[in-house]
Design a protein around this ligand. Structure first.
Ligand code: ADP
Ligand code: ADP
Ligand code: MG
Length: 452
């Protein structure tokens, strides 16, 4: 069994992992950049090591420094969290070569699923439906034009290495394809160091539905049900819920079957999420698999009572899954809101600074995952997410009411946040009926004040 874990991440997810370690009586070591010297997550651990300057490429992405820190502090495993090195096959390999356990899937699984064009091919081959599109990467604009004409407009140009909604552009006709192709390529190159693109049909009015899986190395795969993540801004999730109002028992069986088949096709181990889009006619299409713990995993934990990080550590230690599929039941409804340091009056641009006052919500049915505290700095170098607020209730309505109460209690001063937008979603007519799609925020209509 793993004895001491190095947490190769920061912020709320570092705290989340530390908590699981505490519950399991496992020691933990945190790493931090020079910009995070005073951060709370670092001080919660048994030991903490500075791994480099503020820039992520020199600290949280610095493979050599992180592995060296783990060896020096006598850790036997590394948890990568999400983002940073969590989906880096080379890192997973190097961790293993150093004699340490990587708490996540094998480097091979990360490699084959991390490239989204390759992942789609693997899924097609094992009979999981994928969005109609190019067979792998399209290298040139003429090739892209030919593919798009074959598939039929509108199409989506997507980066093979994409993530976080970046490297993706819509094209409605051949003219707009030209701009979409060059913009998606440039954005992907800047963000991921690769401008490989593929093309798929744009599914109109889709819902984003994903299935949480966890697998052990003994061939067991557990499905923990679906999450709906259709409340998105620029293809990035801001509010998630479980279960989905759009998913009937039959549809759930279908999602589960596809997700488990996907995991078995690559001998998947540890936690992973299979993402789909659901079309209005109930067609289901695989879009990608995330080979890591996801930001929104707490809504699944709330409705299943299953600690995903604990289970990640257990299976990485070589143990069998602690539950069978028949042990998993969905109880009630959960919603998560992502609170980010963003300026709503300036296109939701990141709004770093110092938090001079914070009051976090609590009470029955509310969980808050965060690493912020009064006086803490929100550095400009990393993701702008400050906190996740998770509400659980017996029914969806109860979860909505509790989330409203939580957001009413929440106060953050010093940096601008998206709190207002989150609050408005909880009054959005489409959201309240449960009949919404990924266009929900774009289509929302609000009144304007006549300032004469
Ligand atoms: P989730 O479904 O877990 O919300 P996201 O796509 O929002 O996944 O990504 C979670 C975190 O990981 C975010 O902080 C995002 O910036 C980061 N991330 C996602 N994909 C990549 C990638 N390919 N490279 C670097 N960071 C990524
Ligand atoms: P990322 O790696 O950035 O998470 P995804 O492939 O998961 O990218 O897509 C992100 C979001 O973009 C999805 O949740 C969905 O809202 C939208 N999207 C992706 N592919 C399609 C598609 N073919 N048709 C319609 N919407 C899509
Ligand atoms: Mg995705």
């Amino acid at each position: 069994m793993i004895r001491r874990v190095l947490v190769a991440n920061r912020g709320e997810i570092a705290v989340r992992i530390i908590r699981a370690c505490r519950d399991m009586n496992i020691e933990m070591v945190t790493v931090f950049s020079e910009a995070d010297r005073d951060a709370q997550f670092a001080s919660l651990a048994t030991k903490s090591v500075c791994i480099g300057p503020a820039r992520a490429s020199e600290s949280y992405m610095n493979q050599a420094n992180i592995i060296e820190a783990a060896l020096k502090t006598d850790c036997d495993a590394i948890h990568p969290g999400y983002g940073f090195l969590s989906e880096n096959a080379e890192f997973a390999e190097r961790v293993k070569d150093a004699g340490l356990i990587f708490i996540g899937p094998s480097a091979d699984a990360i490699r084959s699923l991390g490239d989204k064009a390759t992942a789609k091919r693997i899924m097609r081959e094992c009979g999981v439906p994928t969005v109609p599109g190019s067979d792998g990467v399209v290298a040139t604009l003429p090739e892209a034009k030919a593919e798009a004409a074959r598939i039929g407009y509108p199409v989506l140009v997507k980066a093979s290495a994409g993530g976080g909604g970046r490297g993706m552009r819509r094209a409605d006709d051949e003219q707009s394809l030209e701009a979409a192709f060059s913009e998606a390529g440039a954005e992907a190159l800047a963000a991921f160091g690769s401008d490989e693109l593929y093309i798929e049909k744009l599914i109109l009015n889709p819902r984003h539905i994903e299935v949480q899986l966890i697998a052990d190395r003994h061939g067991n795969v557990l499905s923990l049900g679906e999450r709906e993540c259709s409340v998105q801004r620029r293809s990035q999730k801001i509010l998630e819920e479980a279960p989905s109002k759009a998913v009937s028992a039959e549809l759930r069986a279908k999602f589960t079957e596809y997700a488990v088949r996907a995991a078995k096709a690559v001998n998947y181990e540890n936690a992973g999420t299979v993402e789909f889009v659901l079309a209005p006619d109930e067609s289901v299409y695989f879009i990608e698999m995330n080979t890591r713990l996801q930001v929104e995993h707490p809504v699944t934990e709330a409705v299943t009572g299953f600690d995903l990080v604990r289970e990640q550590i257990r299976v990485a230690s070589g143990l069998e899954l602690s539950a069978a599929q028949s042990d998993i039941a969905i109880t009630g409804h959960a919603i998560e809101c992502r609170l980010c340091a963003e300026d709503p009056e300036n296109g939701f641009m990141p709004s770093p600074g110092t938090i001079d006052f914070v009051h976090l919500p609590g009470g029955f049915g509310i969980r808050v995952d965060t690493a912020i505290f009064p006086g803490c700095r929100v550095p400009p170098y990393y993701d702008s997410m400050l906190a996740k607020i998770i509400a659980h209730g017996k029914t969806r309505n109860e979860a909505v009411y509790r989330m409203r109460r939580a957001l009413e209690e929440l106060i953050v001063r010093g940096v601008k946040t998206n709190l207002g937008q989150l609050y408005m979603v909880l009054y959005n007519r489409e959201f309240l009926t449960g009949s919404y799609d990924t266009g929900i925020l774009e289509n929302a209509e609000y009144g304007t004040l006549n300032m004469e």
